[in-house]
Design a protein around this ligand. Structure first.
Ligand code: ZN
Length: 586
């Protein structure tokens, strides 16, 4: 979690203002969208100017490319003399849009104070290149996850991979930068928001810029891809995840909030947009307060509301399998919270007993979503997230993270199969940010030595691990073999390094002590060979963290040729809307 406190923000502003004062100009107003924003022609956004003091509208002069702003953005100006009771004014035009592509220079003049930003509005082709778009997000997907998934699911002999991952063969590739407006390190909210709106934002924010509003729902918004599709086309939209459906990545398809934890409100945002397919966890936020397990604080029953709107509702793998063929709108909620890791759901009997029963696999959800969505002859946009790659990586639980990556890849294989008969499908596979982990060699129980670290093989001493791959499942027969991968994280709290998988249940590296600081979780202390590691993160961090390292994005199909070189995550929005020609009226 990234929580920039109000005071930190205030300090930052004070420092920024100081810098501008020294350089002779005055930092007196903020314009949203921000400088260097890129937008699709016709896409909607909130235009907002925040003044640092109370101003009179008649003293304010706003021009865009030398013309009065109302000529371009419309006359719906909302002027607030004292915004939220503070001694500062603001000006809004909500749901503005710019139809003509080009550069736009926006100048706000108020007496001696001036602010300027430049926007780029881009065109899209006259006709769609792709009918369907499938976007796969491996949450936290890093290079090590891909390498590990390949070794565990395909094997490697004499230096060559025995086979490739489904994602390996996607012909177009780029690296993607993930930083946000407030910080080089991002979270899944602002990174997914960049894909879904084309705008950068602050950590924890989705579909909005971080403004000075106190209410998390009152920040300047940008239309999301799902909203744009629903407003301008007859296409369908699908959202599939193994996390809570209100979690940042799936939520960003529809949501506008400064605070990703507004989960009850996010359910309402899903209801407003009504994606035809919604599959994941997070049922607790759909249930009225009086129902046991509900996390809402009102009595609205969203499952009922979706059913009343024509959705088929399913809540386990069996009913999903049975009911999706007849459905055109499908809501599946398979867990009150996040679904479980595939390692535990499918292969780990002991841990499995403790779980919510009969959860579908991501592959089954992908198959169902493609079937339902492809009933619409106008095409669809589908987002599929393997969310638990990230959640396991936070817990330094790389075995579960690699298994979740194999599951992502098996879902990509299903999409590639679909594209064989639907060649007008753009498939994109990427992460939203990376984690700080690396495969460095092997750990061999049979290597001599008293300590487990003596059994870590590097360079020529690493050799090859002895996983046996089950050709039917595509996973190893056993994750806990005698010679296994050595995977280490670069950033961590105090914890016990076990050098072997923890199969009793998800690994949990640290616990809070009586001073509220994270210390190593003592339950692993007595695992044979476990080694205490002093953390290198602040003691307020109880888990591994996101890395700033860039990610890989790959793609195939119409429009994928633009995936090349280095991209900002906002460029992925552009690639998708261009392949669907969403800047053109239909
Ligand atoms: Zn994360």
């Amino acid at each position: 979690m990234f929580n920039v406190t109000f005071w930190q923000r205030l300090m930052m502003r004070a420092i920024l203002m100081g810098a501008f004062l020294i350089s002779g100009s005055v930092w007196a107003q903020t314009i949203y969208p921000i400088d260097r924003a890129t937008m699709v022609a016709g896409g909607q956004f909130d235009f907002k100017v925040e003044f640092s003091s109370i101003v009179s509208l008649s003293d304010v002069n706003i021009s865009i490319n030398g013309k009065d702003y109302q000529q371009l953005l419309g006359k719906n100006v909302e002027f607030i003399e004292r915004e939220e009771g503070e001694n500062a004014s603001a000006l809004w035009i909500r749901r503005a849009s710019l139809a003509k592509p080009g550069q736009y220079q926006v100048t706000v003049q108020n007496g001696h104070n001036q602010a300027k930003v430049t926007w780029e509005v881009f065109a899209t082709p006259k006709k769609p290149l792709a009918k369907n778009v499938i976007l796969f997000i491996g949450d936290g997907l890093s290079v090590a996850h891909r390498t590990g998934a390949r070794i565990l699911s395909k094997g490697v002999t004499q230096g060559k991979a025995n086979a490739k991952l489904a994602m390996d063969d996607l012909p177009y590739m780029a690296t993607v930068g993930t930083s946000g407006t407030d910080s080089i390190a991002a979270d899944s909210a602002n990174t997914m928001s960049a894909y879904m709106t084309g705008h950068k934002s602050a950590a924890n924010a989705m579909g909005v810029y971080e403004s000075r509003a106190k209410n998390s729902l009152a920040h300047p918004q940008q239309e999301t891809l799902a909203e744009l599709i629903k407003r301008t086309t007859k296409m369908s939209v699908g959202v599939v995840t193994d996390a809570e459906i209100e979690d940042a990545t799936p939520a960003a398809v529809v949501a506008h909030t400064r605070r990703r934890s507004d989960k009850a409100e996010i359910v309402n945002m899903f209801f407003k947009v009504q994606p035809e397919v919604i599959l994941g966890g997070g049922a607790a936020y759909f249930l009225p307060k009086s129902t046991q397990g509900s996390k809402r604080d009102d009595e609205i029953n969203y499952i009922q509301k979706f059913q009343d709107a024509g959705y088929t509702f399913v809540q386990d793998a069996l009913s999903l399998e049975k009911q999706y063929p007849q459905s055109r709108q499908l809501l599946g909620l398979f867990h009150p919270g996040n679904l479980n890791d595939v390692l535990d759901r499918r292969f780990n009997g002991e841990a499995n007993k403790k779980q919510f029963s009969n959860q579908p696999d991501l592959t089954e959800m992908t198959k169902a979503a493609l079937d339902v969505l492809s009933k619409n002859k106008n095409g669809f946009f589908l987002m599929v997230e393997s969310a638990l790659i990230d959640k396991a990586s936070h817990r330094l639980d790389w075995e579960r993270a690699f298994y979740n990556t194999i599951m992502l890849d098996q879902s990509v294989a299903i999409a590639k199969k679909f594209a064989e008969t639907h060649p007008d499908t753009l498939i994109i596979v990427t992460g939203d940010h990376t984690h700080a982990l690396s495969i460095v060699g092997t750990v061999d129980d049979d290597k001599p030595g008293n300590e487990m670290r003596d059994k870590v093989g590097v360079y020529q001493n690493a050799g090859y691990p002895n996983y046996k791959i089950n050709a039917n499942t595509g996973y190893p027969e056993d994750v806990n073999v005698s010679k296994r991968l050595a995977v280490f994280f670069a950033a961590y709290p105090d914890h016990y390094e076990t050098f072997r998988p923890v199969l009793e249940g998800a690994f949990s590296p640290s616990v809070k002590n009586e001073n509220g600081q994270y210390v190593a979780n003592p339950v692993y202390k007595n695992i044979r060979g476990a080694m205490w590691r002093e953390g290198n993160l602040p003691k307020s961090e109880g888990e591994g963290i996101h890395a700033v390292d860039e990610m890989i994005v790959q793609g195939m199909g119409p429009g994928a040729g633009e995936i090349k070189g280095y991209l900002d995550n906002t460029d992925l929005f552009r690639i998708i809307v261009q392949s669907l020609a969403l800047g053109e009226k239909r």
